[in-house]
Design a protein around this ligand. Structure first.
Ligand SMILES: *Cc1c(COP(=O)(O)O)cnc(C)c1O
Length: 498
């Protein structure tokens, strides 16, 4: 049986294979691809504690990507989860104080997006072969810092692909900028723009939708594709680490097989936590999924009231990867909670696009609340959580992880729910050295970038990840800067198609 994928806004009659859905990215009707039936996972929970990460990932991918052969999946998994990760467990679980931390920051860019973006290029090129694509895939991305870098790390030197990343020259952190301009790989192109992230993003969307430009590319053997987080090829690999974390807890003797556990997930675009929901649907014994937001708490309100309202102030916080008011992947959960009603889902999403808000029916809210709890933490809570965890356990957490920790504490206090808690830990403290150093020292420090990294290392005694260490002496390979209205011309030049 082949598992097919349909749009959250369309009919199942237009359903695609997994490989076609990966190549398509977003459905032409604006919806997101979801499986038409429940995926069947062939995984014995009793064996889970002794399975290597790669084996868990293989089983999970096999359940979702049924038109891939076993060999194809194995090749993708082995190419992705190798020594690019600085821990052989890939996603180790550590225990500090009352909590377990699922460390998703051991990849090439020391943040959780590496788990998906290290395998997506291989899934895409495999999918391209299966669908007899003749053209070279050109990944085009605008980034506010993290995603673009993680995508480049994944696509670097992958045969049959090129990747072009635009970033706002003044809109990324010192570390992120250094990471951008030193990116290796013969097929990677990084361009700074004299503008902000929204301009970069808007222009990338326009370039994607330009039919003439698409034809010009096609004539030269190129085809654009997108690596953004709504691609089903990014979501599915993330399901694996929820299973892996559970196995690690059994292995540590923290739980017995079959016991249920909670996950607290620092949330932005709702991709990470949605993977946890799919894990639960596949049979993982999960009690609650706790959706942790920062001051941009649109999801907290939604899970409490069923009212999604993006018309509100936007805050720039110390957990920038969660500074989001429209969480794209939430659409998939809403689709499932409506009983897979695409008409209803499309109506909600059109209301959101047109008016900036929508209210789900009571029955839908009830479904959501059956699995999800939600709360938020402000910047002060964030700093305090970093300081407290460090003081009590000497473990340093990054500001995103700290939001999940602060919200987990709030949740336990409010509910007395004492199921074992896994804090999904999405970035290395070295990625946000200024914020972590400030929290640990108890006052706002001035130093940032690699200087702050060095000072932080004196405090926390954690070896520098390779991703940071190489920045100290990496060669600058990208120094192009253009105006926002010159982005298309920059692409033309890079691809030599004028
Ligand atoms: C992207 C990101 C998140 C949010 O994940 P979503 O899937 O967008 O909800 C949290 N923390 C870090 C460090 C991230 O890079």
């Amino acid at each position: 049986m082949t598992l097919l994928y349909r749009s959250t806004r369309g009919t199942a009659d237009d359903a695609l294979t997994a490989s076609a859905a990966i190549l398509q990215g977003l459905s032409p009707d604006g919806g997101l691809y979801v499986p038409t039936e429940a995926p069947q996972l062939n995984l014995d929970l009793n064996k889970l504690p002794n399975m290597p990460y790669q084996e868990v990932a293989f089983k999970v991918l096999k359940a979702f990507l049924t038109d891939f052969t076993d060999d194809e999946i194995r090749d993708c998994v082995n190419a992705a989860y190798d020594d690019k990760f600085d821990d052989p467990l890939i996603a180790p679980v550590t225990h500090h104080g009352d909590d377990y931390y699922l460390e998703l920051f051991h990849g090439a860019t020391i943040a959780f997006k590496d788990l998906a973006l290290s395998i997506l290029p291989h899934l895409m090129t495999t999918a391209a072969k299966k669908n007899h694509f003749k053209k070279e895939i050109v990944i085009l991305t605008a980034t506010s810092g993290d995603t673009g870098k993680a995508a480049m790390a994944g696509f670097a030197d992958v045969t049959g692909t090129k990747i072009i990343v635009f970033y706002p020259s003044q809109g990324v952190s010192a570390i992120q900028k250094q990471q951008m301009i030193t990116q290796v790989g013969e097929n990677t192109y990084v361009v700074a723009i004299n503008g902000n992230f929204d301009q970069a993003q808007t222009n990338v969307k326009e370039i994607f939708n330009d039919k003439d430009f698409e034809a010009q590319l096609a004539a030269h053997g190129f085809q654009f594709s997108s690596a953004n987080s709504i691609n089903i090829g990014r979501l599915v690999p993330q399901v694996a680490y929820y299973f892996y974390a559970y196995g690690q807890l059994v292995k540590k003797g923290a739980i017995k097989n079959g016991d249920t556990i909670n996950f607290s997930v620092p949330t932005g675009n709702f991709g990470d936590i949605l993977a946890g929901y799919y894990a639960k649907q596949l049979g993982l014994p999960v009690n609650r999924l706790i959706c942790a937001s920062n001051q941009n708490n649109v999801l907290t309100d939604f899970f409490k009231t069923g009212y999604y309202d993006r018309i509100r102030p936007f805050f720039t916080t110390t957990s920038p990867s969660m500074d989001i008011l429209v969480s794209s992947n939430l659409e998939r959960l809403v689709f499932h909670a409506t009983g897979e009603d695409a008409t209803q889902t499309a109506a909600y999403m059109h209301e959101l696009e047109k008016n900036g808000h929508y209210q789900v029916k009571p029955a839908v809210l009830e479904k959501l609340q059956a699995t999800f709890s939600a709360d938020f933490a402000s910047g002060d809570d964030d700093q305090q959580a970093i300081a407290k965890v460090y003081k009590n356990t000497e473990f340093a957490i990054d500001p995103h992880t700290a939001i999940a920790k602060a919200v987990a504490d709030k949740y336990r206090q409010a509910t007395n729910d004492n199921h074992p808690m896994v804090i999904v830990s999405t970035a290395s403290p070295y990625k946000f050295p200024n914020a972590v150093l400030s929290a640990i020292e108890g006052h706002q420090v001035e130093v940032d970038g690699l200087d702050a990294v060095k000072q932080l290392q004196d405090h926390i005694n954690v070896p520098l990840p390779k991703a940071i260490e190489t920045l100290f002496h990496a060669e600058v390979r990208h120094n192009t800067t253009v105006q926002p209205d010159e982005m298309q011309a920059a692409i033309t030049k890079i691809l030599k198609i004028d």
